[in-house]
Design a protein around this ligand. Structure first.
Ligand SMILES: C[S@@+](CC[C@H](N)C(=O)[O-])C[C@H]1O[C@@H](n2cnc3c(N)ncnc32)[C@H](O)[C@@H]1O
Length: 228
């Protein structure tokens, strides 16, 4: 079964774990794209980080509308998890109730933050972003690429990674590498990494200390190669 792209609300703690973020990482200029209704921008900014969130959904609604959609989308995502509980490892979250509470709390952080600081939330439709080259040092991209490989084709993956790399001076991290409904990595990963290498973008997989979707325990870390 496939799932339409849902606007999920992962928490700061999930982001820190799934991207292996250190305090030094959090001191960089960060772009979260697609950010959905994640609480990361709110909490990281409260802790002193410089974070911008970008998502196509920010075109569709004003902050009030997004605040309400964030909660209904969180319920939709939770319903999917409940219906496929055996696809998930219940370690980061002790069980479904804890998952629902964490995602609701993150959605509420997002809702409060976008009302107070709408400028932090920038509409953008991948594979094209409204930012100048190297506007950020670290770009984080979770649960779009690879996750929705049944609906997003290989060209979208390539173009999107090239665009996310254009706006970072240093690094891009992508999590997870496993499509929704699977526990195996994206089948065309090797081909994609070859295409990226041809564009002077060098990527490696790295283990992270986070597993929710079973088998999704690695992120992709991408850097610019030396200029010729
Ligand atoms: C599953 S959510 C992930 C949100 C967040 N990173 C998280 O982990 O909770 C996927 C998001 O991708 C956004 N999205 C889908 N297609 C997009 C596109 N072409 N450009 C930008 N955002 C897109 C959706 O609006 C949705 O919010």
């Amino acid at each position: 079964m496939t799932l339409d792209v849902v606007m999920t609300a992962r928490s700061f703690d999930e982001y820190r774990a799934m991207f292996g973020l250190t305090d030094s990482d959090l001191s960089r200029r960060i772009l979260d794209c697609p950010a959905g209704a994640s609480g990361f921008t709110c909490e990281a900014t409260d802790r002193g980080s410089d974070v911008t969130a970008c998502d196509v959904a920010y075109f569709a609604y004003d902050p009030e509308g997004l605040a309400s959609v964030a909660l209904s989308e969180t319920d939709r995502g939770h319903a999917y998890v409940l219906g496929h509980a055996d696809h998930y490892a219940w370690t980061f979250f002790a069980g479904p109730d804890e998952h629902r509470l964490a995602r609701h709390t993150a959605a509420q952080q997002f809702s409060a933050d976008i009302r107070r600081h709408p400028g932090r939330y920038v509409p953008g439709r991948l594979p094209s972003l409204p930012f100048s080259d190297a506007s950020f040092d670290l770009v984080l991209s979770s649960h779009l690429l690879f996750s929705y490989a049944d609906t997003l084709d290989a060209a979208f993956h390539l173009d999107t990674i090239v665009e996310l790399m254009r706006v970072t001076s240093h690094e891009l991290r992508i999590f997870p590498l496993v499509p929704v409904g699977s526990s195996e990595p994206y089948p065309r990963l090797a081909e994609l990494l070859d295409e990226l290498r041809n564009r002077n973008i060098h990527c490696r997989t790295a283990n992270v200390d986070y597993e929710f979707q079973r088998g999704a325990t690695q992120m992709l870390v991408c850097h610019h190669g030396p200029s010729s």
